[in-house]
Design a protein around this ligand. Structure first.
Ligand code: 0GZ
Length: 307
């Protein structure tokens, strides 16, 4: 049998191989609600239309990270390098038994039988990606059709967009008949104050709609760091106020995730153990931490189940 081999995009940073044991002990039942698998490419080839070619980051490596960090469950989000071929994600979700759920990418002509198959496999949402560096185009009429198609399954839509694009996109978002989950806090420009007009628009949008927010990716949003490396106890100080604001204003609609294996970072690859230690800086009480890490993701992805 011939297998395809892939060459990583120039400058690609691989995930951090020996993450530290977090000092912050996650509550029992904690969910990493945003992570990915990449391939491995020899088993699950990357999509022809991809914008980057990553390193391999398969399910065994994800599960090893989960155990190292003290996470109980994962939500595995389809990465754009796999296009609408959900096999690697579904394989990982199924291998985790009831310990994982998935978020897929589908095309508007997806068959109902395929949606049913994905649902049976543990998929609970689809992802709409609006970043031009990640996808070719995102025609709204096609996305609206997908949202309509998933409604009978009780799924939600995960949206990934640039903070500067929200003004243009929010009318479309409001028109969708399903809950929305916003990736990476809606990518605010953290050089601007969290009380400024851009982030206020985002907070208002969340307040007015059926929207959940992932307070993930400080490593991606931070400009001035310091990075989560070498035991740094207080990384990404410039992002903290944004995360804390969201957690305190919407304690019942926030989620946390590692974003492992951290696609397309160009500056540094964070120590995932230190990313766990970042959590209490945005969720400062045990009550807020339990909502963020256990109650909220359980309600969205494992409704009716005990953590
Ligand atoms: O900012 C990114 O590059 C990025 C990419 C992907 C993906 O390729 O799916 O997912 C993420 O959550 C973030």
């Amino acid at each position: 049998m011939s297998t395809t081999t892939f060459t990583k995009s120039p400058g690609w940073l691989d995930w951090y191989s020996n993450p530290s044991k977090p000092r912050f002990q996650l509550p029992a039942g904690a969910v990493d609600a945003h992570c990915h698998v990449f391939g491995p490419g020899s088993e699950f080839p990357f999509a022809p239309e991809r914008k980057y070619t990553p390193c391999d980051a398969g399910k065994e490596q994800l599960f090893a990270l989960r155990d190292q960090l003290g996470v109980s469950r994962n939500v595995i989000v389809q990465a754009t390098c796999h296009g609408a071929d959900n096999r690697a994600m579904v394989d990982a979700v199924q291998a985790a038994g009831n310990g994982a759920r998935g978020v897929a990418t589908v095309r508007p002509d997806v068959a109902d039988a395929e949606l049913r198959r994905l649902d049976d496999a543990g998929v609970r949402g689809v992802r709409f990606n609006f970043l031009k560096r990640l996808v070719n185009s995102a025609p709204k009429e096609e996305l609206a059709e997908i949202a309509r198609r998933i409604t009978p399954f009780g799924w939600h839509v995960v949206v990934y967009f640039e903070g500067t694009e929200l003004e243009e996109l929010q009318g479309f978002f409001r028109s969708l008949p399903v809950p929305l989950v916003v990736d990476h806090m809606g990518r605010p420009d953290v050089t601007k104050p969290p009380s400024g007009p851009e982030f206020s628009r985002f907070l208002h949008f969340v307040e007015q709609n059926d929207v959940w927010v992932k307070v993930s990716c400080p490593e991606r949003l931070s400009i001035s760091g310091p990075p989560a490396l070498d035991g740094e106890p207080a990384p990404y100080g410039d992002v903290v106020a944004f995360g804390r604001t969201v957690v305190e204003e919407f304690p019942d609609r926030v989620l946390w995730g590692t974003d492992w294996p951290h696609p397309n970072l160009t500056d540094h690859m964070p120590d995932d153990g230190l990313l766990v230690d970042y959590i209490p800086r945005v969720a400062s009480t045990p009550e807020l931490q339990h909502k963020l890490l256990v109650d909220n993701p359980m309600r969205l992805y494992w409704p009716g189940e005990e953590a």
